[in-house]
Structures are given as C-alpha cells and as structure tokens.
Design a protein around this ligand. Structure first.
Ligand SMILES: [Zn+2]
Length: 167
C-alpha cells in the first residue's frame, strides 16, 4: 500500500470514510476567481496552522452564490489537522454587519494543513444543515486543492458540492 505523506492513514479509516456520501454532486457553489484565490491565499498564509472563516453570499434556487470571504480567528491553538474552533464573537460581528445588506453567512471554510480537502468526523459533528463547507488542502505550504461539502438529506454525512468558478 502506498502511504502518501499528505493522505494520513486516518483518512482511509471507516470513521473517516463514513463521513462522506459518495453520491454525485447535485448542488453548486458559484464563486468568482477573486474569492476562490482568497480562500487559497488564506490557507497558504496560515500554514502550517489551520485557518477558518465565513463565506458571505446568498442561497438561490441554483445554488450558493459567494460574494465575500471573511477570515475569523481559529480559537483552537493545538495544531491537529482536523480541528478548528471559529471565534463566536467574530461570527456575531459579521452577522451583525450583514443585517439588511441582502447577504448572509452561507458557509464556513477551513484549511487542512498537509491533509486532503476531505471532511473529518469532527467536521461533521460541527456542521449545520444548509451551510456549505469548503476545505482548502495546503500541502508543504501550497494550496493544492479546494473542495466544497454540505450535509446530505439524512444529516449523517457530507456530500460534495460542485465549485463553479465565475469571472
Ligand atoms: Zn476539517
């Protein structure tokens, strides 16, 4: 068996595999290239620590439309690749700022330093239905992959969301 430096064994464990619903992505995330680059940049700048933040935008019939990327402090200071704790004060501040703006908080992003852009059981435990969860894989300081996830209908797993990059 090939052991990749950036695919730790736990990502192949039943606990991790069970977190992912293999259904084909049926939902879409629309994000412009600037916001997508911002996500990668945030992950890269935070490396080797895990970073997190909020996605701002709207949920339309065709999917989530991102209009902004807002970094929020990660209160978890241990460096495990599958742990982050978004600062609730940061969340509340951004939520207040958005009042009457037409935009709202539509998701939470975080990075996986030296790990795949796949959700962990811990990520599922803290996930809310209706939110999107982009994960930025940063390996050796390079943002190599961004994948987006949302909780499936059963609420028991993440399913993939197609990332559609717009101009
Ligand atoms: Zn994670």
């Amino acid at each position: 068996m090939t052991i990749s430096k950036f695919a730790p064994e736990r990502f192949r464990s039943p606990a991790y595999l069970n977190v992912i619903d293999d259904a084909a992505a049926s939902e879409k995330l629309f994000i412009n290239s600037t916001c997508l680059q911002n996500l990668k940049h945030e992950g890269k700048m935070g490396f080797p620590l895990e970073i997190c933040g909020l996605l701002i935008g709207v949920l339309e019939n065709d999917g989530w439309h991102v209009s902004g990327v807002r970094p929020v402090a990660n209160l978890n200071s241990d460096r495990a690749a599958d742990r982050f704790q978004l600062d609730p004060a940061g969340y509340q501040r951004i939520d207040r700022e958005l009042r009457d703006s037409g935009d709202e908080i539509i998701g939470v992003y975080h990075s996986h330093p030296d790990c795949p852009a796949k959700p962990s059981p811990t990520d599922l435990n803290s996930a809310w239905e209706g939110f999107i969860y982009p994960i930025i894989s940063v390996c050796d300081g390079v943002a190599v992959d961004v994948r987006c996830w949302t909780v499936n209908a059963s609420g028991e797993a993440f399913m993939p969301v197609d990332i559609v990059e717009t101009a």
